[in-house]
Design a protein around this ligand. Structure first.
Ligand code: PLP
Length: 374
């Protein structure tokens, strides 16, 4: 059997990781400012994380959701505390797409409606409803085409208001900071407008925090910067630092019914151990504060550099928008300077490092990009 070829690959094989560094099979060391697509939140192979997973594996790795799993309760309490949403309810699943799928479904169960507002350049995942709410026709299969999703321009309050007047909206799904779309920040006033319209029309505000959440923006959810509370927060990526675990944090106003949502693997013992280890480290090492500080430093320094079209983002979710003549910078960062970064079309470099990246590591990157821009 061969692999189904769905990704263009860099000719690199990573065999080891530690903190913000990874090594390939030839012993070459790389600075990781990509975190395997925003997944590595507490750094590679953090000793506390490794130990907690190892200890759990020796006890029990998995049993089904038909029995009590106290680790899930512990995780809900910890997440409620660290995210400042102690009165919310947690449903656990396995991936970002699945989190969004469940959130959209739950919203529809809640108000009995079908129409969803999503935004231009949004990415919400590849499963049926999540991909329908993703603004990329090339990944929407005919079977996933639906008239239930309405795409509006980001930060256009008048269009939003008009859409609510003309349709029975079930939910609005929005990334606080668009990731795949190229690091576009939803404005504070736009998020507040979503909140007030959802209140007025009894629609559900879904904060897709799969990429911009879990402390990355310098606050637990990027929506927190605007002082709004969403009805449902979806999360994945940084939640397990590489272990597949995801969840939705649900407002107390939404009530559960048995069997309305479900999962085989979601919230298993190992997944909970991974997610708890991540939250413990985020809390103990004050990683959200570090994300805000190192992120501010990077943005300030990047804004001083020549030839960059725009620097966007918050905390450690940063987009460096380059002109076409600098399209090789990302490739050069990887192959000349040995620094992994992310990208968005056409020429945006995305920085998504671990939340415990140091200022010294940030300086290594700044020096490298300065060389590329000079
Ligand atoms: C904002 C956002 N939502 C959802 C997803 C989908 O997550 P997953 O790939 O875990 O299904 C992603 C993945 O990049 C994302 O960035």
């Amino acid at each position: 059997m061969i692999l189904f070829d769905v990704y263009p690959l860099n000719d690199i094989t990573i065999v080891k990781g530690e903190g913000s560094y990874v090594w390939d099979d030839k012993g070459q060391k790389y600075l990781d400012l990509y975190g395997g697509h925003a997944v590595i939140s507490i750094g590679h192979t953090h000793p506390h994380y490794v130990k907690r997973l190892e200890d759990q594996l020796h006890k029990v790795g998995f049993y089904s959701n038909s029995i009590k799993i106290p680790l899930q309760v512990e995780l809900a309490e910890k997440l409620g505390k660290v995210s400042g949403k102690e009165d919310y309810q947690l449903f656990l699943c396995n991936s970002g797409a699945e989190a969004n799928e469940n959130a959209l479904k739950l919203a529809s169960f809640y108000n009995g409606r079908k129409k969803i507002i999503a935004f231009k350049k949004a990415f919400h995942g590849r499963t049926s409803l999540a991909v329908s709410a993703t603004d990329n026709p090339s990944i929407i299969a005919p079977v996933n085409e639906t008239t239930n999703v309405i795409f509006l321009p980001l930060n256009d309050e008048a269009a939003l208001e008009q859409c609510f007047k003309e349709n029975e909206i079930s939910s609005v799904i929005i990334e606080g900071i668009q990731g795949v779309g190229g690091i576009h920040v939803a404005s504070d006033s736009f998020l507040r407008k979503i909140r007030s319209l959802c209140d007025e029309y009894n629609a559900v505000y879904i904060a897709d925090s799969v990429q911009c959440g879990y402390g990355r923006s310098g606050m637990f959810y990027s929506h927190d910067h605007s002082g709004v509370q969403a009805d449902i927060y979806t999360m994945a990526k940084g939640m397990g630092n590489g272990f597949p675990v995801a969840g939705i944090s649900i407002s107390p106003k939404i009530h559960s019914k048995h069997f309305m949502l479900g999962t085989t693997f979601g919230g298993n013992h190992l997944a909970c151990a991974a997610a708890l280890a991540v939250l413990e480290i985020i809390e103990q090492d004050e990683l959200i504060k570090n994300a805000a500080e190192v992120g501010d430093y990077l943005v300030t320094e990047l804004k001083k550099l020549p030839r960059i079209k725009e620097v966007r983002g918050k905390g450690l979710m940063i987009g460096i928008d380059l002109p076409e003549d600098l399209k090789d910078v990302k490739k050069n960062l990887l192959f000349k300077h040995r620094i992994f970064t992310g990208e968005s079309k056409p020429y945006v470099i995305r920085l998504l490092p671990a939340l415990n990246i140091t200022k010294t590591e940030a300086d290594i990157f700044l020096q490298a990009i300065k060389t590329e821009l000079s």
